[in-house]
Write a protein that binds this ligand. Structure first.
Ligand SMILES: Nc1ncnc2c1ncn2[C@@H]1O[C@H](COP(=O)(O)OP(=O)(O)O)[C@@H](O)[C@H]1O
Ligand SMILES: O=C(CO)[C@@H](O)[C@H](O)COP(=O)(O)O
Length: 470
């Protein structure tokens, strides 16, 4: 039996065709998304259609089921005819920072953390709908339903029936869902939207089928599973268990773990999301990960391999250069209007090698803080797994263990979010109590000098304190 896993992430759609018995990938395809933090949702559907059409002819048998994982939080507001009322605002669009702050002031951080699992920041759908109501009331009046990016793509696969659906993992990133009861909090959505009450998708269970594919050549009739957020799918693809922490370095940097019980962090550092198996997924997210490396390579007139080479020629600590890498503003710490800052420049240390290393170290410092915050809510890190595009960086693989202070496992290169979606599709088709178990092979990188990592993090914290006072 073959299944498709779709990852509709920030930069692209990736599609994997997988043998459901063995977990072996038999074909893969990819199509790019437009740049920017405001995107026409149709672009994701067109990228999905392109990647699916590319993959299907190479699948050696019929596809029984498909699932979509998507970038979390994005606001896809659609009208009664099923068309977006405006471009979607993505998770990394910071214009709704003021609305997030106002919602937190109004309800109280502790109340929201316990009610919704998280203290909202600009990324959350709740802040974005509040921005829409305040700034574009005519568009807000036209909203019939609010979907997330993965719900939107699943809904297109089904031919846009009256019923749309989502799962508790992605729903838990909206800011109007209770991770404890597993139900929507429509009153929070209505209040944020000035009394308007859009329809919400049904929340289907981890192994349930949302609908069947309709109107896609070669795929019609296949089951469409619940789908989920990309981080939840990454966790499922890797099959992580309590004690494992995943660090994902894509457009976002995330650190997350699975727990049996919900987590609440009144400081807002850790978001208490749900996972894709019926458990919970405390998560810390930064806005600045792989693209910090891309931007630094560009500045140095090299490519990503060249950046790796340079960074590995420098000593730990980058000769005293420290980068606060908040190039796109930042979410954790919550500094939506921040820019990047380079500290410690001296005539002697201003070398391409040190700058390259400072970029890698600065990016990883945010994730090291994330792992520590996860420990603070009870999610231990006995093993750290590194995934996402920038996990393939040789410099990241070499520097991460000591900087994070723990041995790091790098799974063999694969699209683990799309693989998690494929696993969810296989689970829905099999109807078993637990998801299928597929083999995972990792390479271990040891933390040889964790004390050097502590020093680098200390310098990073000092730089942040000088700049932002905390
Ligand atoms: N070897 C590498 N070193 C550093 N960055 C890389 C490498 N390979 C890919 N990337 C970066 O990874 C990012 C894509 O990662 P991905 O996890 O697919 O992102 P997303 O899921 O956010 O779309 C791109 O910014 C790309 O430049
Ligand atoms: O907002 C979050 C997590 O809360 C991000 O992790 C998005 O889910 C986007 O992920 P990538 O496209 O970077 O994988």
């Amino acid at each position: 039996m073959f299944v498709l896993g779709i990852d509709s992430s920030t930069q692209s759609t990736k599609v994997l065709a997988v043998d459901a018995e063995t977990g072996k990938v038999v074909a893969h395809g990819k199509a790019a998304h437009p740049e920017g933090t405001e995107v026409d949702p149709w672009a994701w559907w067109h990228a999905g259609q392109t990647a699916i059409a590319d993959v299907l002819p190479r699948v050696p048998g019929p596809v029984e089921a498909v699932a979509v994982a998507g970038q979390q939080h994005g606001m896809v507001a659609v009208d009664g005819a099923g068309d977006p009322v405006r471009d979607a605002l993505l998770w990394n669009d910071t214009r709704s920072a003021q609305q997030a702050e106002a919602l937190t002031d109004h309800h109280g951080a502790a109340t929201l953390a316990h009610r919704t699992g998280a203290v909202p920041v600009a990324s959350f759908t709740l802040s974005k709908v509040a921005w829409l109501a305040e700034n574009e009331p005519r568009n807000a009046d036209r909203v019939d339903r609010v979907l997330l990016p993965h719900d939107w793509v699943s809904w297109q696969l089904a031919g846009r029936p009256d019923r749309a659906w989502t799962d508790r993992g992605d729903a838990s990133g909206t800011g109007y869902f209770s991770p404890t009861s597993g139900t929507w909090l429509p009153e929070l959505l209505a209040e944020a939207m000035g009394g308007r009450q859009p329809r919400l998708p049904d929340v289907v269970g981890p192994a349930e089928t949302g609908d069947r594919v309709s109107g896609v050549d070669g795929l019609d009739g296949a089951r469409i599973a619940a789908g989920t957020g990309d981080n939840m799918a990454g966790a499922l693809g890797l099959g992580i268990q309590p004690g494992d922490v995943v660090v994902s370095l894509g457009t976002s940097g995330t650190a997350f773990a699975v727990t049996e019980d919900p987590c609440f962090d009144e400081t807002g550092t850790v978001a208490g999301f749900c996972d894709a198996t019926g458990r919970h997924l405390p998560l810390v997210c930064t806005l600045n990960a792989a693209q910090v490396l891309g931007a630094t390579a560009h500045l140095l007139g090299t490519d990503l391999a060249g950046l790796d080479e340079l960074a590995l020629q420098a000593q730990p600590g980058a000769g005293g250069l420290t980068l606060l890498p908040y190039l796109e503003g930042e979410r954790t710490p919550n500094l939506p209007d921040a820019a990047g800052t380079l500290f410690g420049m001296r005539g002697a240390n201003m070398t391409p090698q040190n700058l390259a290393r400072a970029a890698v170290e600065g990016m990883l410092c945010g994730l090291a803080d994330g792992i520590e915050a996860l420990r603070g809510v009870g999610a231990e890190s006995r093993r750290v797994l590194l995934i996402g595009g920038a996990a393939q960086s040789k410099a990241v693989q070499a520097i991460a263990p000591s900087l994070l202070g723990v041995d790091v496992e790098v799974p063999d290169p694969a699209e683990y979010v799309a693989l998690g979606a494929a696993k969810q599709a296989a689970w829905a088709a099999a109807g078993t109590a637990t998801p299928p178990e597929w083999p995972l092979h990792c390479t271990r990188h040891e933390a040889t000098h964790p004390e050097r990592g502590d020093e680098i993090r200390h310098t990073y914290h000092q730089a942040r304190h000088r700049m932002y006072g905390f």
